[in-house]
Design a protein around this ligand. Structure first.
Ligand SMILES: [Fe+2]
Length: 315
């Protein structure tokens, strides 16, 4: 079992997500971006089909930050970081949830601007796999994975790990490969990967990993990128790795959108009830049907996200 340090509080700032609503009001959990009288003359935040979160933990007088995922365009996250006045050179790591383009494309832009002094990049080795989805009509959509050669050329520190990794001095856990145990979370059946020079079925996306943080008097905060491992498998894994049973918050993409994944909404929704999280923030690939179910069935826990919103957990 892994001993995860307990932090006083954590802030999760949505640097990139699929949607933005600048008019939503703040709540004790969700701090919305303040807009001054010059709001329309300044550069605007962008939303895109991708994820990026700035995670900042506080423990007494110690503050540590890292970036979880980097969005789908080369410049989108950098642009939003500028608008949000995030100083990239204060980050201690970049963690990739998996290799899909909508989580990794902004990485090289980030490294070119902030890669020195060395910021460790944490990823599962399968994140480098070249992949595509093949539809029944033969249509293919290809992913652009991060390139190990390009990363090495930038002389960054690369932490390639299949198992769990700690970042920011043991205050955040990167789960590594997540065991698939539920009967309904079965990965992406239409995905193939170029392995040993040949396109082969690769439904499981083993590189999919989550972030786990233990907040004092609250419990675990679990962040998913795309949730390809399944949100229920991910929460089970967070409990098993840390020995902490209380899931306080789950934030991120749950991958329940589109015809292949919608049948998972009902069983995942009822399994989620057993964890009874106080905060649920569906993002990105969760989809409107699952988001509606969460808003209805977890009315007190549901918090809608928007690019630029900071979720606040802890004292
Ligand atoms: Fe995604």
């Amino acid at each position: 079992m892994i001993t995860l340090k307990v932090v006083d509080r954590v802030e999760i700032l949505s640097v990139m997500d699929n949607s933005i609503d600048v008019l939503m009001g703040s709540t004790p959990v969700a701090k919305r971006l303040k807009r001054g009288s010059d709001a329309h003359s300044k550069p605007q935040l962008r939303a895109e089909h991708g994820v990026s979160m700035l995670v900042t933990t506080y423990e007494e007088d110690k503050k540590d930050s890292f970036l979880f995922d980097t969005g789908v365009t080369i410049d989108g996250v950098l642009h939003n970081m500028d608008v949000l006045e995030i100083r990239g050179n204060e980050l201690h790591a970049v963690v990739l949830s998996h290799g899909h383009t909508d989580h990794t494309r902004g990485l090289m832009g980030f490294i070119k601007r902030y890669g020195r002094p060395r910021v460790p990049i944490v990823l599962h080795p399968d994140a480098y796999l070249k992949r595509k989805n093949v539809q029944p009509d033969g249509h293919e959509s290809e992913h652009i994975p991060p390139s190990r050669r390009d990363l090495e050329a930038e002389d960054v520190e690369i932490i390639e790990e299949r198992g769990p990794t700690m970042v920011i001095g043991g205050r955040a856990l990167v789960t590594g490969q997540i065991p698939r145990t539920t009967p309904f979370e079965k990965g992406s059946p239409r995905q193939v990967a170029l392995i040993d020079g040949r396109w082969q079925p690769d439904p499981w996306i083993h590189d999919d990993q989550a972030i786990v943080i233990n907040v004092k008097d609250k419990g675990l905060v679990v962040l998913t990128g795309c949730g390809h491992a399944g949100v229920v498998n991910t929460l089970k894994c967070a409990r098993e790795l840390t020995g902490v049973q209380q899931i306080h918050a789950v934030i991120g993409g749950f991958h329940l959108t589109g015809p292949i994944f919608e049948p998972i909404i009902a069983p995942a929704g009822s399994a989620l009830k057993e964890f009874n999280p106080s905060i649920i923030v569906p993002q990105h690939c969760t989809g409107w049907k699952a988001t509606h179910l969460i808003a209805r069935e977890f009315a007190d826990a549901f918090v809608p996200n928007s690019v630029g919103t900071t979720m606040l957990v802890g004292a």
